[in-house]
Design a protein around this ligand. Structure first.
Ligand SMILES: Cc1cc2nc3c(=O)[nH]c(=O)nc-3n(C[C@H](O)[C@H](O)[C@H](O)COP(=O)(O)O)c2cc1C
Length: 233
């Protein structure tokens, strides 16, 4: 499948067969992550390949009991990684600044590029994927995977073959909601486009973003984890 077709036919799949992924294909998916771009080519990312059944079960439990993590043959955990960067500096006797928000932003973007490229390659090879919000429980995931300080998980990626029928492609808001020419445009107009995604879409967003809702509940754990893992935010 070509790149454009992959993008047009993408859908998150949450039901996987146990069929394993041959190493040759897995290596192509990991190669895509390795080829990510990053500021100054710092490459502040790490991908943990999780295939062990016990580890997958533990991660499924931590990540809100998402059973799909157990079923997929491979769970790739994408992290921001400054551990190796700092160690390399230490080895040449160079001092590092205190790591903070700018480093995290750079890490998020780099790891997200890696994640996106891995998705493209996996789907072009005929696999299905789903992203898992590992950023919501970063330290629990990091501890389970024995990740060192200065490494923080941001997203998991399940890769495998589907069990059963593929779900339908999920609609997006009209392009005006997310694209502006030479600027932003009208917030009102965009919010109307946004509301046109599917019926009831804004109500769903309201549930997700409500005070005390699922995103709000992650906030404290994320902040504490970044501090504990060496980032001053
Ligand atoms: C940052 C991020 C976190 C996500 N976390 C989860 C998750 O934990 N569990 C899940 O089933 N899907 C998760 N998803 C998948 C989204 O729900 C999905 O991409 C979105 O609803 C659009 O559907 P589509 O991928 O089928 O087009 C996540 C997606 C992103 C980008």
């Amino acid at each position: 499948m070509g790149c454009l077709e992959v993008v047009e036919t993408h859908r998150s799949v949450r039901s996987f067969s146990r069929e394993p992924i041959p190493d040759e294909d897995l290596n192509k998916i990991l190669r895509a992550a390795q080829r990510h771009v990053s500021p100054w080519n710092l490459q502040p990312i790490h991908v943990t390949v999780v295939r062990d059944e016990g580890l997958k079960s533990k991660l499924a439990e931590i990540l809100w009991g998402q059973e799909q993590i157990k079923d997929a043959p491979v769970f790739l955990v994408f992290s921001i990684d400054y551990a190796k960067v700092l160690r390399a500096l230490e080895k040449i006797g160079a001092e590092s600044k205190v790591l903070g928000l700018a480093d995290l932003v750079q890490g998020f973007i780099s790891a997200s590029v890696a994640l996106g490229w891995s998705i493209l390659v996996a789907e072009s090879l005929g696999y299905v994927v789903n992203i898992i919000a590992a950023y919501g429980r970063p330290c629990a995931v990091a501890d389970t995977l024995n990740l060192p300080k200065y490494v923080v998980p941001i997203a998991g990626l399940l890769v495998g073959k589907p069990a059963g029928e593929l779900p339908p492609v999920t609609p997006r808001a009209p392009i005006g909601a997310s694209v502006g020419l030479d600027g932003y445009g009208s917030v009102d107009e965009k919010s109307e486009y946004y509301a046109k995604t599917v019926e009831g879409f804004v109500d769903k967003v309201a549930r997700v973003l409500r005070p005390g809702g699922p995103v709000d509940r992650m906030e404290k754990e994320i902040r504490e984890c970044y501090e504990a893992r060496g980032f001053k935010i």
